[in-house]
Design a protein around this ligand. Structure first.
Ligand code: BGC
Length: 466
């Protein structure tokens, strides 16, 4: 096993240490290369089932063609509006693109939980209201500007400006939206207000935006990956491999595929690595039985997986002398950012760890407790990084191109101190000989990418493609 965990000397010297037992209890979270190769292989099967016309209907990894076929070349110009909906915040952006430069104004609006779980009309009215406020404030409400709409949920696209929501994920559950075209719902909400005009040029997933934002600078970029509240990846696929493709076969004979690989495992194929903790998370989620891969990795769930392990081992008397902070036993109280903070302590120091435990209401953690808490955080986050790496390796092997840049964005990737390195190390071990790659942080793909998709549509006369 190539995984090595930090073992403070203290514990090695302490005969009463619970470490051995804790390690034993966490062994199921530590995946061998063999298991990760199996994850890669099974994901490839699922992706191919998604791409294949005959199997797509039952496939869990849907592999939606995005209708984005041209990548930016850095020459795109103009002013664009972008909307970005995909997490707890909603953003409106005004982007001024020039050759190889851009300027951006943006405003963040909260999406209250009541809106996330209420009727769809309420959600789209809220979006339209935020958009109108922003357009008035920035005085771009006179003539319609082209707009790119980043809508980061699984959608079956029927064109660059038509996307039917397949199912909600990530804590959203608005009624009356599943099965509907979200661009139409947006336009209807705007029409209900009557005070602004927009020209929707494209609807896209955040993975596509991330890919586009990176490809603008780096032509080797062929994969977009989000590791944030949710997880997902898109990649550039040859048209001949996309049986579902219903558009023309002109050049470029490629299309960006939104894999929606967060749903990998929803047919039981990941049971060989799922644990009781994963099952508990799933049972208590808004979408039981769905997004099982996402629930093992993403920021929305990773803190909770960690909490469940910590709580269980405390109950068993292995941590905090069996009496940890009460908040440890309350769902949702251990955030993914805590995992990042705890793991950012230098070896042998527990400053952040103690701060987090104090925030949870526990003031007298011993060094041994802190070391064990860190060990558990590492076990959970390494598992996440390693299976995310397996997913990337699967795509790289499938594409078989000599060198591919993977554009990555998302809070988990950005803020976890070791996620990048853990992924790079593991991808290297899992890819086929002769292939090389790099993981590049793609700054603000959801916003800039939306403008770029809209801009490319304008550049190639995409109005007709709509
Ligand atoms: C959604 C994807 C999205 C990902 C990252 C998932 O829950 O299904 O569409 O790309 O989250 O935001």
């Amino acid at each position: 096993m190539s995984v090595s965990f930090y073992l403070p000397e203290l514990e090695l010297e302490n005969p009463k240490s619970n470490r051995d037992e804790i390690e034993e209890r966490c062994a199921e979270l530590i995946l061998s290369d063999e298991q990760l190769r199996e994850v890669c292989q099974r994901l490839l099967v699922e992706i191919n089932r998604g791409l294949n016309k005959d199997t797509n209907k039952e496939a869990t990894v849907k592999c939606f063609p995005t209708y984005v076929r041209e990548l930016p070349n850095g020459e795109e110009c103009g002013k664009f509006l972008a909307l970005d909906l995909g997490g707890t915040n909603f953003r409106v952006l005004l982007i001024d693109l020039g050759p190889h430069v851009f300027h951006m104004e943006s405003k963040i609006f909260a999406v209250p939980q009541s809106v996330m779980l209420g009727p769809g009309t309420g959600l789209f009215d809220h979006i339209a209201e935020c958009l109108a406020t922003f357009m008035h404030e920035n005085q771009v409400d006179v003539s319609p500007l082209p707009l790119g709409f980043t809508f980061s949920f699984p959608c079956s696209q029927e064109g660059l400006t038509k996307a039917r929501l397949a199912t909600w994920t990530k804590g959203f559950k608005c009624s009356g939206v599943e099965g509907e075209d979200v661009v139409k719902l947006l336009q209807e909400a705007i029409a209900r207000r009557g005070d602004i005009k927009i020209d929707v040029m494209a609807v896209l997933n955040d993975t596509t935006g991330t890919l586009m934002a990176c490809a603008w600078k780096n032509p080797a970029c062929r994969i977009g990956l989000i590791l944030g509240t949710g997880i997902n990846a898109c990649y550039v696929e040859r048209l001949e491999n996309v049986q579902l493709w219903d558009g023309d076969h002109d050049d470029p004979k490629q299309v960006v595929i939104n894999t929606e690989l967060g749903a990998f495992g929803d047919n039981g194929t990941l049971e060989f690595i799922r644990t009781e903790y994963d099952r508990t998370i799933d049972q208590h989620s808004l979408n039981p039985g769905r997004q099982l891969f996402e629930k093992m990795i993403s920021g929305m769930y990773m803190g909770e997986v960690t909490r469940l392990v910590l709580a269980q081992l405390t109950r068993e008397g292995l941590l905090f002398d069996g009496m940890g902070p009460e908040t440890l036993f309350e769902p949702g109280q251990f955030f993914t950012k805590y995992v990042s903070e705890i793991e950012s302590d230098k070896k042998g120091e527990y400053t952040c760890c103690r701060q987090v435990l104090e925030e949870l209401g526990y003031d007298d953690a011993s060094d041994e407790d802190c070391a064990n808490v860190r060990f558990i955080c590492e076990a959970v986050s390494r598992r996440a990084a390693h299976i995310a790496a397996a997913a990337v390796a699967c795509l790289l092997n499938k594409m078989g191109q000599k060198h591919v840049t993977v554009a990555v964005d998302g809070s988990l990737y950005r803020f976890h101190p070791h996620f990048h390195d853990l992924m790079v190390e593991k991808i290297r071990q899992l890819i086929n000989p002769g292939l090389t790659f790099d993981l590049m942080l793609s700054e603000d793909g959801s916003g800039r990418g939306a403008a770029l998709v809209a801009a490319v549509a304008v550049r190639i006369g995409g109005l007709a493609a709509r």
